[in-house]
Design a protein around this ligand. Structure first.
Ligand code: ATP
Ligand code: MG
Length: 652
C-alpha cells in the first residue's frame, strides 16, 4: 500500500490556526498530549473523575485477556444518573437539556429536571413491562425527545438498548431484534419527514411476525395517524409512561455492564452488532465531547445533526453531551423542509455555537449554493465538526467560509462505531488545521500507519491505519460472536486493532484518511485511494459529489470508474466526462484517470450518509447488486442503473 497515490494531498496548502481568543480560553492546551503520552492509563484514570462513580474503580485497565478489555475495573456507576440526575443535584435542574424542533415547526424545551422526571417515568414503565437489568430493548423512533428518554431509561435499568434507525425496513429491524434477542420494542406511530407523516408502526408489526421473543411494544404518539393494534402486546407511551411515578432510584452497575449494541452502517458488508459497555465508554464520550468541541457548559449551545440511530447520535447527542450537562438542539427533520435554509434558520434562532455534521450534508449544501446560508445570521458559531467520511478540502473550505464566517476551526473527527468516541481529530484551541486531514491522535490514544508487515511507515507514506493500544470506549466484542470480533479486528497483526481504513502521514506526520482498504483500486500495479480521486473530482467546478470504484479491466487489472453528481450550474456543460478525466489526470496523474465517468442523479448512501461503493462496484462490473438493506433510499440503485444504461447507449 505504500504507493497509494499521494500527490493530490498537496491540493489545499493552507493551514488554519486556532483563533487567538478561542486558543486563550480553550479547555485543552497543547501540553495535554505530552501528559497523556507519559502515562496513558493514569491520564484516562484522571478523565474518569469527570463521572460520578457510586463505587470507585480500583484499576484503570485490565488487558490480561486481550483483545477483551476491562476498563475502570471494580467501578460501579449508573450512566443515566451521570447524564441527568447529577446535574439536577448540582443545581442545574432548570438548565435546558434539549431544545427540540419538530419538522412541522412544533418546539419543546426540556430542562434537566424535566428530563430526570421523564426518564424515571419511562424506567418505571419499562419495569412494569417486565424489563430487568440485562434484558435487551430495541428502539425504533424518529428524532424526538422520547428517543433520548428511551435510551436513558434503558441505561438507567441496565437494559442494553439497540437503536435501529427509523428509516430502516421491517427486515432490517427484525434481523437486529433477532440478533440481540430484544424483549421489548419502543416505537412511535410515525414521525415527520420531508413535510409528511411517515409511519413506523407498520414496519414494527411486520418485523415482529418473525420475532416471537418480543413481549411488549411501547408506542409514542407523534403523528396521530391511525395504527394497527395488537392487544396484550402494544401499549401507548402516553398511557403507561405519563402516568408512571417520577421517582426512580437508579441502581449501580459494573463498569463493564453492557450499555448498548449498535449495528455498524453496513458500508462494507453486513452490519456487525458492536457491544459497548458502561464506564469506559462514558468516560471517553464525555471527555472527547468536552475537549474536541471545547464545550463551555455556561454559554454553548450544541447541535449534532446525526440521527440517534447511528453511533454519532449515541456518543454525541446522548451520552457525551448529556454527561457534560450540555444544552443542545434536537431536530426531527430534513435540512430542506420546508426550505433549504432550515438548518441555518435553526442555528440563528437558538444561537448555536458548536455544530457537528457530515461531509455529505456539507456537499449537499454546497450544491444548493452559498446564497442560502448567507441569508441567516450564523455569527454565533465558534466550532464546526465533521464526521463520517473524509471531508474533502473543497468542502472543508466551503464549510469554514460559508458556515463558519471564515473564522471557526473545523474538527474533522475520525472514529467508528467500534471505537465509540473520537480517536483522531484536531483540537480547536490547539491544532492548526489542514483542510482534508484529521490531523493527530486524540490525547491518550495511540494510532499508527503501518505497512503489510505491521511496520510504521515514514512521513510522506501511506498504509493501513491501526490503533496500537486499548482505549476506554473500545468495543468489547461483536454481540454474541467473540470469534468474529478477534478475526475482524485483531487477526491481521496480533497486537493491533485494524480499523479497515487506509491512511497517510504527510511530511509533518499529520494523518490523512484515504478511504476503506477494501475500496483501494489496483490499476496496472498502482494502488490508488478512493478519497484522493474523489477529492480531485469534487475540486472541479462542475462536480457536487463523486464516488470512484475499481472495476475489472482486461488490460490494467482494475480501472477507475467514477460516478459523479453535477452541480446545478454545470448541467449544460458539454462533454463533462472528458473534462473530468483530464482534470483527474492533471491533479493526480494519468494513472488515476477514470476509464469512465458516469453522471448520475444520486449516489447510493447509507442513512448515515456514507457512499456504498461496493454497490457501485457491482454496477460497474455488471453484477447483481449486493446487500442493500442499509441503503437510505432503495430507489437510488434503480435510478443509477437506468442512468448508466442511457450513458452506455450514448457511447455506442
Ligand atoms: P461497516 O463497518 O458496516 O462497513 P461503516 O464502517 O461505514 O460500516 P461506521 O462505524 O458508521 O460504519 O463508520 C466508520 C467509518 O467511517 C470509518 O472506518 C471510516 O471509514 C469512516 N469515517 C468516519 N469518520 C471519518 C473521518 N473523519 N474521516 C475519514 N473517514 C471517516
Ligand atoms: Mg466499519
Amino acid at each position: 500500500m505504500n504507493d497509494l497515490a499521494l500527490s493530490n494531498l498537496a491540493h489545499e496548502d493552507r493551514t488554519f490556526d486556532p483563533p487567538g481568543d478561542l486558543a486563550a480560553r480553550a479547555n485543552v492546551s497543547a501540553e495535554v498530549y505530552a501528559e497523556a503520552d507519559a502515562d496513558p492509563e493514569a491520564f484516562w484514570g484522571r478523565q474518569a473523575e469527570r463521572l460520578d462513580w457510586g463505587t470507585p474503580f480500583t484499576r484503570v485497565l485490565d488487558w490480561s485477556k486481550a483483545p477483551f478489555a476491562k476498563w475502570f475495573v471494580g467501578g460501579r456507576l449508573n450512566a443515566a444518573y451521570n447524564c441527568v440526575d447529577r446535574h439536577v443535584e448540582n443545581g442545574l435542574g432548570d438548565k435546558v437539556a434539549l431544545h427540540f424542533v419538530g419538522e412541522p415547526g412544533d418546539t419543546r424545551a426540556i430542562t434537566y429536571s424535566q428530563l430526570k422526571d421523564e426518564v424515571s417515568q419511562a424506567a418505571n414503565a419499562l419495569i412494569d413491562l417486565g424489563v430487568k437489568a440485562g434484558d435487551r430493548v430495541a428502539i425504533y423512533l424518529p428524532m424526538i425527545p422520547e428517543a433520548v428518554i428511551a435510551m436513558l431509561a434503558c441505561a438507567r435499568l441496565g437494559a442494553p438498548h439497540t437503536v435501529v434507525f427509523g428509516g430502516f425496513s421491517a427486515d432490517a429491524l427484525s434481523s437486529r431484534i433477532l440478533d440481540c434477542d430484544a424483549k421489548v420494542v419502543i416505537t412511535a406511530d410515525g414521525g415527520y419527514r420531508r413535510g409528511k407523516a411517515s409511519a413506523l408502526k407498520p414496519a414494527v408489526d411486520e418485523a415482529l411476525q418473525a420475532c416471537p421473543g418480543v413481549v411488549s411494544v411501547l408506542v409514542v404518539r407523534r403523528t396521530g395517524e391511525d395504527v394497527a393494534w395488537t392487544g396484550g402486546r402494544d401499549v401507548w407511551w402516553h398511557d403507561v409512561v405519563t402516568s408512571a411515578s417520577t421517582t426512580h432510584v437508579p441502581q449501580l452497575f459494573d463498569s463493564e455492564h453492557p450499555l448498548y449494541v449498535m449495528y455498524t452502517s453496513g458500508t462494507t458488508g453486513a452490519p456487525k452488532g458492536i457491544l459497548h459497555t458502561t464506564g469506559g465508554y462514558l468516560v471517553q464520550a464525555a471527555y472527547t465531547f468536552w475537549a474536541t468541541f471545547d464545550h463551555k457548559p455556561d454559554s454553548d449551545v450544541y447541535w449534532c445533526t446525526a440521527d440517534v440511530g447511528w453511533v454519532t447520535g449515541h456518543s454525541y447527542i446522548v451520552y457525551g453531551p448529556l454527561a457534560e450537562g450540555a444544552t443542545q438542539v434536537l431536530y426531527e427533520g430534513t435540512p430542506d423542509t420546508p426550505h433549504k435554509g432550515r438548518w441555518w434558520e435553526i442555528i440563528a434562532e437558538y444561537g448555536v455555537t458548536l455544530f457537528y455534521t457530515a461531509p455529505t450534508a456539507i456537499r449537499t449544501c454546497m450544491k444548493w449554493g452559498e446564497q442560502i446560508p448567507a441569508e441567516h445570521d450564523l455569527s454565533s458559531l465558534r466550532v464546526l465538526g465533521s464526521v463520517g467520511e473524509s471531508i474533502n478540502p473543497e468542502a472543508y473550505v466551503w464549510y469554514r467560509e460559508n458556515i463558519g464566517g471564515g473564522k471557526t476551526p473545523i474538527v474533522d473527527t475520525w472514529w467508528q462505531t467500534e471505537t465509540g468516541a473520537h480517536m483522531i481529530t484536531p483540537l480547536p484551541g490547539v491544532t492548526s488545521g489542514k483542510p482534508g486531514s484529521a490531523m493527530t491522535a486524540f490525547p491518550g490514544i495511540s494510532v499508527e500507519v503501518v505497512d503489510d508487515a505491521g511496520e510504521p511507515v515514514g512521513n510522506g507514506e501511506g498504509g493501513y491505519l491501526v490503533i496500537t493500544e486499548p482505549w476506554p470506549s473500545m468495543l468489547r466484542t461483536i454481540w454474541g460472536d467473540d470469534e468474529r470480533y478477534k478475526e475482524t479486528y485483531w487477526s491481521r497483526w496480533p497486537d493491533y486493532y485494524f480499523a479497515g481504513d487506509g491512511a497517510k502521514k504527510d511530511d509533518d506526520g499529520a494523518i490523512w484518511l484515504l478511504g476503506r482498504v477494501d475500496d483501494v483500486m489496483n490499476v496496472s500495479g498502482h494502488r490508488l485511494s478512493t478519497t484522493e480521486i474523489e477529492s480531485a473530482l469534487v475540486s472541479h467546478p462542475s462536480v457536487a459529489e463523486a464516488a470512484v470504484v475499481g472495476a475489472a479491466d482486461d488490460t490494467t487489472g482494475q480501472a477507475v470508474v467514477a460516478f459523479v453528481i453535477l452541480r446545478e450550474s454545470a448541467k449544460d456543460v458539454e462533454d463533462v466526462s472528458a473534462d473530468l478525466r483530464a482534470h483527474v489526470a492533471k491533479e493526480i496523474g494519468p494513472i488515476a484517470k477514470p476509464r469512465q465517468v458516469m453522471v448520475v442523479p444520486e449516489l447510493p448512501k447509507t442513512r448515515s450518509g456514507k457512499i456504498m461503493r461496493r454497490l457501485l462496484r457491482d454496477v460497474a462490473e455488471n453484477r447483481e447488486v449486493g446487500d442493500a438493506t442499509t441503503l437510505a433510499d432503495s430507489s437510488v440503485m434503480a435510478l443509477i442503473t437506468a442512468g448508466i444504461v442511457d450513458a452506455k447507449n450514448d457511447e455506442d
